[in-house]
Structure formats: C-alpha cells, structure tokens
Design a protein around this ligand. Structure first.
Ligand code: SAM
Length: 271
C-alpha cells in the first residue's frame, strides 16, 4: 500500500481554480475540489501515476468519459486517450480524448495489452454488470499497467442514501443543494445509480486478488459534497454533520460515515 502524500504546498499558494498559474499545473477537476480529503487523495493518486507510469508515450482507456479528466496534466500531455461512453452527449462534450467511441464498457473489447492505464471515474456505480466491465479493463491492459477507479462508497451515509432514494431526489440535491441548474438534463449528472456489489471496496479487493491485480493504493475519503455543503448550505450541513457524528459514535473502530468516496489503483502483475 502506498503512503498518502502531504498536500501539495504549490497548490495552497494558488489563488483558486481560475488562477492561470494553477491551471497550468493541475487539471480543473482537481482545482474545483474544495480543500480536504478528496483533493488530498487525488493529489496522491497523481503522484503515484506520475511515478509508476512509463516515461514514454502512453495509451489510456477512459471508461465512461464525460467531459472532465481527473488525470495529471503531465500524464495527459504524453497520452493517446481513447474514451468509451454510452451517452452521445457525453461523447460530444469530451474535448481531451484523441479517440471517442460510443459504446458500452461492459461489452466493448480492445485487443489484449492495448493500454498502460485504464481510468474509470464516477462510473462503476452506474453499471449493471461491473464484473464484465472490469474483466474488459484487465484484458485491455499491458503487463504492469494500472486501473484507476474513483467511486462512491456504498457503505457510507451518502452511499446508503443514494442507494435507497429515488433518482428524482438525486436531481433535486444536485439542483438545489449543489446549485447545478442543468442537473438531470440529457448528458448532465446525476446519472441513475445502481451500485452493483463489486462497487463495495471489500468485494473489489477480492476481485482484484482473484484476477492477479495488486491494489497499490486504496483510500476512502470524506466526500467533497460535505465541504461544499458546509459552504453553500451551512444549516443543512450542520444537521448532517451532527447526524454523522452520532452514527460514528455507534460504529466500531474509527469508521466515518462521511467517507463517501474512494480511490483505488490496481496494477496488473508482470507475467
Ligand atoms: C457520472 S458520469 C462520470 C463522467 C466522468 N468520468 C467524470 O467523472 O466526470 C458517468 C458516465 O458513465 C457513463 N456510463 C454509464 N454507464 C456506462 C456504460 N455501461 N458504458 C459506457 N459508459 C457508461 C455515462 O454516460 C456518463 O458519461
């Protein structure tokens, strides 16, 4: 397991997401994250990818692409990115992939050993057959290649609420709590969430072991929705924080129900 890196001192020196100096170093997806555990974990993910990916030209498979890249700019600059997404609008919105394929990650297959990195970020929670998608990722990877997964944690407060609430409630949350006016319109989040059992971290870890993948990074972190909510809706955030503290009190160990998301990096062993 790789240690967590300290917050990048460079990042704290920047004025904000619109600071051109910051935008030259970090992707917008990172700059838009509020300071906190989510941003810290993404910085750690970036450090690992920069250290472990080959220094030559890279081939990257973005499974469920959308319009936002979570990859470090230094990696993107030397990469040929192939995006596969099931949604035409999302494919149209993508401006960083060299190749865009309208397709289903559960069934789309590439030649074995095609990619150095597969990234699947905020996607597996929407997919009915996660095992089929993951098997496709493994097959498409070169030896020593990596899979980066970013997903919500089904065993968290937000995970349980998302799983058991109707889709209209997710749209309401995005519109009125997050302030995203276009939420729920074609090509805009939130997308219907299914939570296949493999989205649960322990099941994902068992899958990795069975398929010769080493989990080189795993971190559950406080969902960025919490700091965002504390800023935009402080009264609601105070209520949710109080409820979370009560739940944490009754949970064993140091579990925190606010750990609503995770990052995982899997590495395919050399044959
Ligand atoms: C929440 S968005 C995330 C997009 C992007 N990765 C991001 O983080 O901004 C989920 C994406 O997964 C895509 N998606 C969902 N199921 C899919 C499937 N079976 N095959 C391909 N793409 C899928 C959706 O169309 C959407 O673009």
């Amino acid at each position: 397991m790789t240690k967590t890196f300290a917050l990048d001192p460079l990042l704290s020196a920047f004025a904000g997401p619109s600071d051109p100096a910051a935008a030259a170093v970090y992707p917008q997806s990172l700059l838009l994250l509020p300071p906190g555990e989510a941003r810290q974990s993404l910085l750690t993910v970036h450090s690992i990818l920069e250290a472990k990916l080959p220094t030559s030209d890279l081939r990257i498979y973005e499974a469920g692409g959308g319009s936002t890249s979570f990859l470090p700019l230094k990696v993107l600059e030397r990469a040929h990115v192939t995006v596969v997404d099931i949604d035409e609008d999302q494919i149209r919105n993508n401006d960083y992939a060299q190749e865009a394929i309208l397709g289903d990650i559960q069934t789309h297959r590439f030649a074995p050993g095609s990619f150095d990195l597969v990234i699947c970020y905020n996607v597996i929670e929407h997919v009915p057959d996660v095992e089929a998608a993951l098997l496709g990722f493994c097959q498409s990877l070169k030896d020593n290649g990596m899979i980066l997964i970013g997903a919500p944690n089904p065993r968290s407060l937000s995970g349980v609420v998302t799983k058991y609430s109707p889709h209209w409630f997710h749209v309401w949350f995005y519109r009125y709590v997050r302030g995203e006016k276009h939420a729920g319109l074609p090509g805009c989040a939130p997308f219907p969430t299914l939570f296949h059992p493999l989205v649960t971290l322990s099941n994902l870890e068992a899958f990795a072991k069975r398929h010769g993948l080493q989990m080189i990074y795993r971190r559950q972190y406080e969902s960025p929705r919490y700091p965002e909510m504390r800023r935009k809706k402080p009264v609601l955030a105070a209520l949710v924080d109080a409820a979370a503290k009560v739940m944490n009190f009754f949970l064993p160990g140091k579990a925190d129900v606010r750990h609503g998301d995770y990052h995982v990096i899997l590495r395919k062993a050399l044959k």
